[in-house]
Design a protein around this ligand. Structure first.
Ligand code: AMP
Ligand code: MG
Length: 390
């Protein structure tokens, strides 16, 4: 009895050893996962400042005529304090001068040489951004496990950080097996096809925060397969193979892995597409033998290898799932759960078109996989279905 998707994924995650951390310059941390709580070293902003161009004043009624006694600019605080009957010209972001408790914007002030008349009443705190208005000193701005996007990089900078401790990027080697494979853009001879798996699997790994150290093509011989895998095992935290894991006479991956001491954890998942998926480990290195069909390779990477890469980096790796309604009938496979590629709209899931495991067009634009459970008959229009987001 083959494993379910969830059982197989649990076995993969149980084999993951988190990678050590390293300091990364914050501007280089895009896509990295922080391995520490990033804590603000001071209030942000660190000083009260003006939200407007205008005049820093003491709060009070409209109609006051004040003497302009100085200027506060961004990066150049005023040299003087604001007293009664006084104002300081102020720019957006400049420190609020001592003595002032508000700013009146320039549009509501009438200037006559060194005097300004306030055309509006000024309440305390008007147009002032207090210190700590964004982030408080000691506040955790990024908890351990956060993946760094643009905003996360920004908040780490304002929190005072030049570097952040991040999980080392998993080193991934992708090997595509098959005598029929031709490099992208190359001319096709009889019976040949373009090697899309190396490109799609490397792209998926990169999107998961990995460093793809090498992609390669392996001929369908025992010796070539064994040599390529032996070299890859020495440089990879994760080895991803495509093709050659079925039971044909030219499928050399499993015996090669066995000969090289990679321990099988599972082979075969009750899944369509992707039944022949193989997973094993050698020490801390994870090895996936993914089926060669282009859709099967992508789907099984997304179901099993992607969460493993997340877990290696200490990132959340629970699959993102939603419930949607099918908008057309889908015949159930008798004993395999099917990952139907769908687009999502208004709570409905629509298959992307023909769903053959060789039809890569079914992956393009897909929002996720509707998991149509094995069984008899069909899942019907309107039925609820779990969709794992792509
Ligand atoms: P296999 O799992 O090796 O039996 O391959 C199954 C199918 O996937 C065959 O039709 C292969 O030609 C195709 N295939 C295998 N490897 C690749 C690849 N790297 N890129 C695109 N198609 C592939
Ligand atoms: Mg093959």
């Amino acid at each position: 009895m083959a494993l379910s998707i969830d059982e197989a994924r649990a076995q993969v995650l149980a084999a993951v050893r988190p990678l050590p951390s390293e300091d990364v310059a914050v501007q280089d941390a895009l896509g990295r996962v922080v391995a520490e709580d990033v804590v603000a070293q001071r209030d942000v902003p660190s000083f009260a400042n003006s939200a407007m161009d205008g005049f820093a004043v003491r709060s009070g009624p409209a109609g006051r005529a004040l003497r302009i006694v100085g200027e506060a600019r961004a990066g150049a605080p005023a040299a003087v304090a604001v007293g009664d009957g006084e104002a300081v010209r102020i720019s957006t972001g400049a420190a609020l001068p001592d003595g002032a408790d508000a700013v009146l914007q320039i549009e509501l002030a009438t200037v006559d040489s060194d005097q300004v008349t306030l055309d509006d009443e000024v309440d305390p705190g008007r147009n002032v951004r207090p210190a700590g208005d964004d982030v408080r000193e000691g506040e955790t701005v990024l908890p351990t496990g956060t993946r760094m996007g643009a905003a996360e990089i920004g908040i780490a900078v304002v929190a005072g950080r030049g570097t952040v401790a991040c999980a080392r990027m998993p080193r991934v080697v992708v090997l595509a097996t098959g005598d029929e494979l031709v490099a992208p853009g190359g001319p096709l001879g009889p019976g040949q096809l373009h090697n899309s798996n190396a490109a799609t699997l490397a792209a998926l790994a990169t999107q998961s925060g990995a460093r793809v150290v090498r992609t390669g093509v392996v001929a369908d011989t025992e010796e070539a397969t064994r040599a390529a895998i032996a070299a890859a095992l020495d440089e990879a935290d994760m080895l991803v193979l495509s093709g050659g894991v079925s039971v044909g006479p030219h499928d050399h991956v499993k015996p090669a892995l066995q000969a090289l001491g990679v321990q099988e954890v599972f082979w075969r998942v009750a899944l369509r597409p992707g039944r022949p998926t193989w997973f094993g480990t050698r020490d801390d290195t994870l090895v996936f033998g993914l089926p060669g069909n282009p859709v099967s390779a992508m789907v099984t990477f997304m179901l099993f290898a992607r969460p493993a890469l997340g877990a290696m980096q200490g990132a959340p790796h629970e699959p993102e799932r939603i419930i949607a309604h099918l908008d057309e009938a889908i015949p159930r496979h008798p004993d395999r759960d099917e990952c139907v590629r769908v687009t999502l709209h208004d709570g409905f899931a629509t298959p992307t078109g023909p769903q053959g495991s060789h039809q890569l067009s079914s992956m393009v634009g897909a929002d996720g996989f509707a998991i149509v459970a094995a069984g008899s008959g069909s899942a019907l229009p309107g039925d609820q279905v779990v969709v794992e987001l792509a």
